[in-house]
Design a protein around this ligand. Structure first.
Ligand SMILES: Nc1ncnc2c1ncn2[C@@H]1O[C@H](COP(=O)(O)OP(=O)(O)OP(=O)(O)O)[C@@H](O)[C@H]1O
Ligand SMILES: [Mg+2]
Length: 246
């Protein structure tokens, strides 16, 4: 869904998120501003508690900022009521998680088609096959997840994300459950998708994963405290070490 061709895929403007409880306030995000360009692949890293999950949830409209604004493809999320937001989220974004979240009883094909079916949309079989083709699984469309390797299952999940033609794919530790070589294959696939114009925002703890991104953002205490452009895994690891020793 493309509203404003020149707008960034995702933009955060002065976003804060404060959790309030009887024990006091937690400032999970403290004024975060960043534009994720279309077709960019961004890794988000930072120590535990630095705000990575909060950032992903707010960018995806699953949580609302305390202050500030999120726009996706030029649409401000705060301009949408809950029903409109749910509909907008379905067409503008998709998720890939560490756990692939596939249904074991369904074939790869039907797993990819499921979100559209649940949304009551007509399933375009050619588009499902095309999504499986883009992740290299065209020939395994009739297999069920228990008959696929971990890397293949994650590729089904990526095909499911692609099928909705989202403005942005949010990935949360997409290689967290994979061995190193399989993880590299999945990262190379994400890289290729970004090179083809797909915007990807990925939270990761793994410097190797971040090395596939165009840019790595480092969070600490709810703020962006650094960024590296096209950095190798060693450079990312070294920056992470500095942050964890602060
Ligand atoms: N629902 C909540 N209520 C209160 N505080 C919260 C809530 N969710 C997160 N926090 C706090 O907000 C801060 C940021 O949490 P967040 O989950 O975004 O960190 P993270 O970077 O994802 O960490 P991790 O790497 O451990 O997953 C932490 O201090 C956390 O304790
Ligand atoms: Mg987290």
């Amino acid at each position: 869904m493309t509203q404003t061709p020149t707008a960034p895929a995702v933009a955060l403007e002065s976003v804060t998120r404060t959790y309030r409880s009887r024990a006091g306030s937690v400032h999970a995000l403290r004024g975060l501003t960043h534009a994720f360009a279309r077709g960019s692949f961004t890794a988000i890293m930072g120590p535990s508690g630095s705000g990575k999950s909060t950032l992903l949830q707010i960018a995806a409209g699953l949580d609302r900022p305390s202050h500030g604004r999120v726009t996706i493809g030029g649409t401000a999320l705060d301009s949408l009521n809950e029903t409109a937001l749910t509909r907008f989220r379905r067409t503008s974004m998709a998720f890939v998680f560490q756990s692939y979240n596939l249904l074991d009883a369904l074939t790869a094909f039907d797993n990819v088609a499921l979100p559209a079916r649940l949304a009551g949309l007509r399933v375009d079989r050619a588009a499902v096959t095309d999504a499986l083709d883009r992740v290299g699984l065209r020939d395994l469309a009739r297999r069920r997840p228990p008959e696929l390797s971990g890397g293949q299952q994650q590729r089904v999940a990526i095909a499911r994300a692609l099928h909705g033609r989202p403005d942005v794919i949010f990935a949360d530790e997409p290689t967290g459950a994979l061995d190193r070589n399989t993880g590299r294959e999945v990262l190379a696939l994400l890289r290729a998708l970004a090179d083809g114009g797909q915007t990807i925002v990925m939270v990761t703890h793994d410097p190797l994963a971040a090395s596939y991104a165009d840019e790595t953002l480092f969070l600490a205490d709810g703020q962006i405290v650094g960024r590296l452009h096209r950095a190798d895994a060693a450079a990312v690891a070294s920056r992470m070490n500095d942050l964890e020793r602060r």
